[in-house]
Ligand binder design. Structure first.
Ligand code: ATP
Length: 211
């Protein structure tokens, strides 16, 4: 297995959301994360990035969660698009390309952003910002994509562009865990969260700090 999480436990604000969850992915496998609002999909993705504390063992291509080697192998796209509002669309991609490597121009084209390259990212529409955020995925290969509702705000054409990029990622041996409420037209496994949400002791300081 290239990615495995075992006996995962994640609590938030005194509620145990993920309790004893196991996930195993081989190269080329994608998993759609499903479940009702508030069940813990974003929480799980953030925990798998190291943005929230969790218990359990998580390993990606031999690298343990929390190590630089693990971080170098993941790409995370959350609800916020992680764009720099004062930089232009092109400058945002050039900035990321300087960090991760890859061809900023090709990533722009991938999400049909060439005509917007000079526009300050902060002035882009919600869908344009989402396209810019997702264009980061086209820059440099990462073994595991952790994506939180990536198609929100995208129109049909750009949803299809995203699905094509994801298909290529998986065909190349990449893996993905994607919280999504829509059918992307791809062969994905399904993980349905139905958390018991029982109360547990959590540290109020950590609850505040790890948002
Ligand atoms: N910063 C936070 N502090 C405390 N509790 C939080 C915080 N963020 C979310 N929660 C709670 O954790 C639970 C899980 O939230 P999460 O965002 O993971 O759900 P989700 O399954 O992604 O929902 P949705 O489908 O609405 O995006 C919810 O009950 C939510 O109220």
């Amino acid at each position: 297995m290239s990615f495995s999480a075992s006996a995962l436990r994640v609590a938030r604000a005194g509620r145990l959301l993920i309790d004893g969850l196991d996930i195993a992915l081989s190269p080329g496998a994608g998993l759609a994360l499903r479940g009702p609002n508030g069940v813990g999909k974003s929480t799980l993705l953030r925990a798998l990035c190291g943005l929230l504390p969790c218990e359990g063992q998580v390993e990606l291509e031999g690298a343990a969660l929390g190590t630089d080697a693990y971080l170098d192998r993941i790409a995370y796209a959350g609800h916020r698009d992680a764009i720099k509002a004062a930089l232009s669309v092109g400058e945002n991609l050039a900035f990321w390309a300087a960090m991760t490597g890859g061809d900023a121009r090709a990533a722009l084209e991938r999400f049909d952003l060439e005509a917007l390259a000079e526009r300050p990212a902060g002035l882009c529409s919600a869908g344009q910002k989402r396209r810019l955020g997702l264009a980061r995925l086209a820059l440099a290969p990462r073994a595991l994509w952790l994506l939180d509702e990536p198609t929100v705000s995208l129109d049909a054409e750009h949803t299809a562009r995203f699905a094509a990029l994801l298909r290529e990622h998986l065909a190349g041996g990449g893996m993905a865990i994607i919280a999504t409420h829509i059918d992307l037209g791809l062969e994905l496994g399904e993980l349905r969260l139905e958390a018991p949400q029982r109360r547990v002791e959590t540290d109020p300081f950590l609850d505040e700090a790890w948002t």
